[in-house]
Design a protein around this ligand. Structure first.
Ligand SMILES: [Zn+2]
Length: 341
């Protein structure tokens, strides 16, 4: 089993200062992969900058020019959450290009699956707006790119925040199914069960908005009862994953109770779908995750599952004080009804 990983030090040069989305996140991941010897078991994939043509598959040209100009002026704030530095434009080009390269490597059969360890993240970026720490929508660009070769692409987004940008890009696109689990209500406010896609794409947006406090058992339930049957019906030829680890119980940007073991279970299910439906073609792209230990161990666990290892390490363990949530059985029933699952 050959598993690729994309990384380049240019991703550290997107300097956000005192900000939860900072270069230490990737440094923590890389050093953990090295210390545990895992990086030697992976196939490195060298990223390249995305071309303007590739960025334009998702983003409007005046917006791309705006990001380049802000970088040329030394950086600045794009909205209340999203900041960039002089090198952020270049880092963002390599982030988008890195996910494209991962997609190419899987598509060409150089590797069985791959994980692009990139920043800035992407899933909140809309065609004409930066938001939520995101400049360009890396995964959406790679999905558009992959549409030149594949007819049906599935995006699974388990970041704790709803990927409003990805949903917007593909809301009218029947060839791309977007499935998201997210805390709700929460930032950015989108992602209700009623948002299901439009026109011929109706039914290809599947939102699974979960209450704060949801944990591993809840995620297992929604993956088994919604994600799996929705994916099986759609029959994707390629699966892309917006992999954010901010649903971890230690994460301070949300209120979920998932553990590293829980993330590994989700990855196992997604890998099973890729093996069953699309010859294993599977690419992960890093989104959020702000507790450095949880992030590094969960990314490693993701690689361990992709490598086919039976066990993962979960040093942080389960949430010590699990919430007494009302349960999500009625929510699952409603979503299944909306989507005829
Ligand atoms: Zn997030």
């Amino acid at each position: 089993m050959k598993v690729g990983f994309v990384y380049d030090p240019i991703y550290l040069k997107h300097d956000t200062g005192h900000h939860p989305e900072n270069a230490q996140r990737l440094e923590a991941i890389i050093s953990h992969l090295e210390q545990t010897g895992l990086s030697q078991q992976l196939t490195p994939i060298q990223p390249r900058p995305a071309t303007l043509e590739e960025l334009s598959l998702v983003h409007h040209e005046p917006y791309i020019s705006h990001i380049r100009e802000v970088a040329q002026k030394g950086g600045g704030w794009l909205d209340v959450d999203t900041v960039m530095s002089a090198d952020s434009y270049d880092a963002a080009l390599y982030a988008a290009g890195g996910v494209i390269k991962a997609t190419e490597a899987v598509s060409n059969g150089e590797v069985n699956s791959a994980f692009a360890l990139v920043r800035p993240p992407g899933h909140h970026a809309t065609p004409q707006r930066a938001m939520g720490f995101c400049l360009f929508n890396n995964l959406a660009i790679a999905a558009k790119y992959a549409l030149s070769k594949y007819e049906r692409i599935l995006i699974v987004d388990f970041d704790v925040h709803h990927g409003n940008g990805s949903q917007e890009v593909f809301y009218h696109e029947p060839q791309v199914m977007y499935i998201s689990t997210h805390q709700y209500p929460h930032y950015p406010g989108t992602g209700s069960i009623e948002e299901t896609g439009s026109g011929t794409a109706r039914g290809t947006t599947v939102n699974i908005p979960l209450p704060g406090g949801s944990g591993d058992a809840d995620y297992q339930q929604v993956f088994a009862q919604i994600v799996v049957p929705a994916a099986q019906r759609f029959e994707p030829q390629f699966i892309l994953v917006s992999a954010g680890y901010d649903a971890h119980w230690t994460d301070e940007l949300a209120m979920m109770q998932a553990s590293t073991t829980g993330f590994a279970q989700m990855v196992k299910i997604i890998k099973g779908l890729a093996d069953e439906l699309c010859n294993g073609r599977l690419v992960f792209s890093l989104e959020g995750g702000y507790n450095l230990t949880a992030l590094a161990t969960s990314v490693k666990a993701t690689f361990d599952i992709l490598l086919g290892k039976p066990n993962i390490e979960d040093p942080l363990g389960q949430a010590p004080y699990p919430w007494d949530t009302p349960g999500i059985t009625p929510l699952i029933k409603t979503i299944k009804e909306i989507h005829n699952l």
